[in-house]
Design a protein. Sequence first.
Length: 341
Amino acid sequence: MKNSSVSSPQVIITGFADECSNAKSLIEQFSIFAALGLQYYSIRFVNLGDGVKNVMKLSSDELRAVLEMQNDYGLNVSSIGSPIGKIKLLDVDDGLKDPYIPFDQYLDNEVKRVCDIAHFLETKLIRGFSFYQPKDDDPKKYVSQVVDRLGKIADVCHRANLTFGLEVEANLVGCNGWILAEIYRQVNHPALKLVFDAANLVVQGYTTSEIYEQYEAMKPGLGWMHVKDYAKTSVAVKGGRQDEDKMKGFVPCDQGYSGHEAILRDFAKILPELTAYSQNRGIPGVFLDLEPHVRGGGQFGGYSGADGLGVALRALCNTLDYVGIGYHLRDFDDLRAARGF
């Protein structure tokens, strides 16, 4: 299935493969992605037969098994869906379960580890976050500290010829697009880009127009997007702490309050420039990363099922068709090329 023309801008559709398997079985993840026609996936949680593990916890032998299996299914990793930056910024007891790790130790161990994993799985992108400020404190007070840490993370990634994508998400210092855009401006590093996720703003009580404003603020630093939407089931307190484990209103991108049509219509205008940036850094193109959560989501992931991911994919394709953005899914020509006939 192809939707492309010489004149239309192009994206690469990918997705968090663990969304389609409740048990996080790698065979299920890869089988479903291949059947849906996807050639790229973001790796986060996997089960190789001895329990569910985050990609950061996989051994060298386990990573080798992932690489061999993804080759069997004709898949490539678009990004490492790492939890980098989902730790406390300060060593304070605020009642939250999130860990604190001294930053020098974190940089030497976790950040360098995720770079090694990205190299092994042959991707150029690492997704990460902007650290947790103390509970109920104003995130804007901690921008300078986050800028310092993210600048060092970006340096490590840059030296490894990788790009770090900073995702907008509730409860972190970069909880909205305005703060995240300011962090990006101050870090001012070629290896740091921003990852827009509209649903992560809807859950915080922002209106459709406010979400578009935050997209506009983030646009100069955008690297790629996560795609999901949210139908409001309650009124959140803007800027307040959100209970991520009670978020049950995720929907495909053609529903909900995000306004994906307007966002993607404008996104098409910057795709040529963003594609050139990506390819200059060894990234194959601009990714739209499905993370639908249509059966529920929480602090560290979500679940859609095979059918839910299929519904979300069709919703995204229909929206891209409507706004005039091209995309590519596998077809028989791809099978012929892969099999050499």
